[in-house]
Design a binder for this molecule. Structure first.
Ligand SMILES: Nc1ncnc2c1ncn2[C@@H]1O[C@H](COP(=O)(O)OP(=O)(O)OP(=O)(O)O)[C@@H](O)[C@H]1O
Ligand SMILES: [Mg+2]
Length: 418
């Protein structure tokens, strides 16, 4: 039970940490990339403005002074294009790899050319210094390759950082979980031990009361006429209490490996015998107890405990089915599992109660007295026994229609490792 809680805690910690890391990595990446692009833009804009400032009209000819060496442009991964006012290309400098193929925009613009080239493109209109007339356009482009490389390095850094953080914090959270769970586990074990000890200690006084009541009832002539009923009530209550202490003891011991004795069991025989045993009880309530048990169903398990588990289910089915109803026990092999189904046409269970019925001491109809029903430990015991056999128990039910309990247990070959 605690292993499951630890595992769940560990996974939730990991999930939360993973989400936090993912969120922060995403935010860091976003801010970093936007800063990087802004800086590259500012640099390119400064060069473009400087270059555009050098252009002028000289005797009707559009001229500019800035000349860049091809080597410098290649290193800076930049290119420049000059256009006349009609958008006709006059000249271009720089490698064709860094020259934009976007149509010329007549406005000063900053655009990105996101294709296999990956360019940042700045277009600036150029005006004559004297008459402020448009004399042409300058288009400056900068490759995004360098930025992409930096982003790729950042991604690797973030991924490595996240993996290291997850590994370290998994170790840390595993250790913290075990530290936090230890006292809870210890006190739970102490409580279980106490329940087991108390139930064990109660056996003898209960046995004494029951024996005395039985002896008194064997010789009714020795007791006053009115007291016989009282002795009967004492005997009945003692029997119920003995059953309850036995149940508590069994529940407290189900987790102990030593309390189970595993051996090869024929489930077909076990179920057939149980049905024979409960046929008379069903008949007294005019309930038809049907069986459809496949032959040769073997498993590794504790016979006494399995009898207890299936007895609880069959008893419940009979107990919670009104006179004239039907109870059917069927069993078959499903791959590597054995499926036992106990179905009844009884009072059913409200869907809002379905997830509570396996809780200890839980009963749907609490108004019934203890003597009328049981203690509410039956299904908790059944579930603990089934789980101890590495099996599962599930229920489907509809009020006033009936209930169906499915028990799945590993077959003999599967459960040998138990
Ligand atoms: N087949 C069923 N049909 C309808 N209700 C059921 C059925 N089986 C169980 N229940 C409901 O689930 C509750 C818990 O069942 P459980 O067997 O644990 O306790 P119980 O039968 O009340 O007492 P006991 O400990 O003697 O078995 C029952 O009180 C009943 O309300
Ligand atoms: Mg019961």
């Amino acid at each position: 039970m605690f292993r499951k809680i630890r595992y769940r805690l560990f996974l939730s910690n990991l999930l939360v940490l993973g989400l936090v890391l993912l969120g922060s990595a995403f935010a860091v990446r976003l801010v970093f990339i936007s800063n990087l692009k802004q800086q590259a833009n500012e640099r390119l804009m400064a060069i473009a403005l400087n270059t555009a400032g050098s252009a002028e009209m000289d005797e009707g000819e559009f001229e500019w002074e800035m000349e860049f060496s091809p080597q410098l442009l290649e290193e800076a991964q930049q290119a420049f294009q000059w256009f006349d006012p009609k958008g006709e290309l006059l000249e271009q400098q720089g490698s064709t790899r860094y020259i934009s193929t976007l149509p010329l925009a007549a406005e000063p613009t900053v655009r990105s050319q996101i294709d296999e080239k990956g360019l940042e493109v700045i277009t600036l209109p150029i005006f004559d210094k004297n008459n402020r007339q448009l004399i042409g356009y300058l288009r400056a482009t900068q490759s995004l390759e360098e930025i992409d490389e930096t982003i790729a390095k950042l991604d690797v850094g973030l991924a490595v950082g996240a993996i290291v953080a997850i590994v370290l914090s998994s170790l840390g959270s595993g250790w913290l979980n075990s530290q936090a769970m230890q006292p809870i586990e210890e006190s739970f074990n102490r409580l279980k031990q106490f329940t087991a000890d108390a139930s064990h200690e109660l056996r003898s006084p209960l046995m004494a009361i029951s024996t005395n009541a039985e002896v008194a009832l064997t010789y009714p002539e020795g007791i006053r006429p009115g007291d016989e009923e009282k002795f009967q009530a004492i005997a009945m209550a003692t029997e119920q209490m003995s059953q309850l202490t036995e149940d508590l003891l069994l529940l407290a011991c189900t987790d102990r490996v030593s309390s189970f004795e595993f051996e090869r069991i024929n489930l077909t025989t076990l179920l057939t015998d149980l049905i024979k045993l409960y046929k008379p009880q069903a008949q007294t309530k005019q309930i038809e107890l049907k069986a459809e048990i496949a032959i040769g169903l073997w498993l590794n398990g504790d016979e006494a405990k399995l009898i207890r588990a299936f007895t609880n289910l069959i008893q419940n089915a009979i107990q919670y089915t009104p006179v004239g109803g039907e109870v059917e026990v069927s069993s078959k092999r499903l791959g590597r599992e054995l499926l036992v189904t106990i179905e009844d046409t009884g009072i059913g269970i409200d869907s809002k109660h379905l997830d509570r019925i396996f809780d200890r001491l839980w009963r749907a109809d609490r108004s019934r007295s203890y003597y009328e029903g049981g203690s509410g430990l039956g299904l908790a015991i059944t579930k603990a026994i089934v789980e101890r056999h590495k099996g599962t128990i599930t229920v489907t039910s509809q009020p006033n229609v009936g209930s169906c309990f499915d028990v799945r247990l590993p077959t003999a070959t599967e459960s040998k490792r138990l």
